[in-house]
Design a protein around this ligand. Structure first.
Ligand SMILES: [Zn+2]
Length: 244
């Protein structure tokens, strides 16, 4: 077998090399696209999730700028705003900013996107990873310097963020130290006949027999017992329990 024509194997190898070149080319073009096209089209698919950038400037407790000049904000969390009517909230906003600076400034990060790569203001939003694998969004929540703001369809990490937020709140970390003090503690009365629960004082409780009422110290417990939150009371709750 001195002379051998092109074998099946070498045809396969040629096909493989060709495919590899095409795939690499696609990967490279997608890799350089997302930050270069800032603001161009929000529908564009993000790059490979392993595009590393350096954080040049930290703007707030939940936003920063990359070396490319592109602004990025954290997905699923919200830090206290630097402009707020309550001076104590402004104070926590500064602390959140300082914490975020410590976490990100001058560091190499990569952005993991959800399917909605920009927020309602047209700013890139994502989950921020440091080189050591730290998920910065989670660190902000754990430290109590941000609250949850989970908006579909970007639901990745929702479970661990919720878990961390519950702990931070319970332990009075960061802004919770203040918010746990100032936000009113409520007692709820659940009406066994209507299966709804209310704040004490709600007009819908007038004339209801005490025998039909059950007392709860948290809305979570009332819901777990199968009661629904009265729509009027829930509206009040939303206004009176959140500082920002
Ligand atoms: Zn009510």
């Amino acid at each position: 077998m001195f002379h051998r024509p092109i074998s099946i194997d070498s045809v396969k190898i040629h096909k493989f090399i060709f495919k590899t070149i095409i795939v690499s080319a696609l990967w490279l073009t997608s890799g350089i696209s997302w930050l270069g096209a800032a603001g161009a089209d929000s529908a564009a698919q993000p790059a490979t999730p392993y595009e590393w950038h350096v954080v040049r400037e930290v703007l707030t407790g939940d936003s920063f700028k990359l070396d490319t000049g592109t602004q990025v904000t954290y997905s699923s969390i919200s830090a206290p705003p630097l402009q707020h009517a309550d001076p104590k909230v402004r104070e926590y906003a500064k602390k959140a900013l300082a914490f975020n600076q410590e976490l990100l400034l001058g560091k190499k990060i990569r952005v993991e996107f959800g399917s909605q790569i920009k927020n309602e203001d047209g700013v890139y939003q994502g989950f921020i990873y440091l080189e050591d694998g730290t998920l910065a969004n989670l660190r902000m929540i754990e430290a109590g310097y941000a609250k949850l703001r989970i908006i579909p369809p970007n639901l990745q990490h929702a479970k661990e963020l919720r878990y961390a937020s519950g702990h931070a709140r319970h332990d009075g970390k960061g802004l919770w130290e203040y918010e746990n003090k100032v936000v009113r503690r409520f007692i709820y009365m659940a009406d066994k006949m209507t299966r709804k629960f209310h704040f004490v004082g709600c007009r819908h409780l007038r004339g209801v027999s005490k025998a039909h009422l059950e007392k709860y110290e948290s809305s979570v417990d009332a819901k777990a017992a199968g009661f629904q939150f009265c729509a009027e009371c829930r509206h009040t709750y939303a206004q009176e329990t959140d500082l920002f």
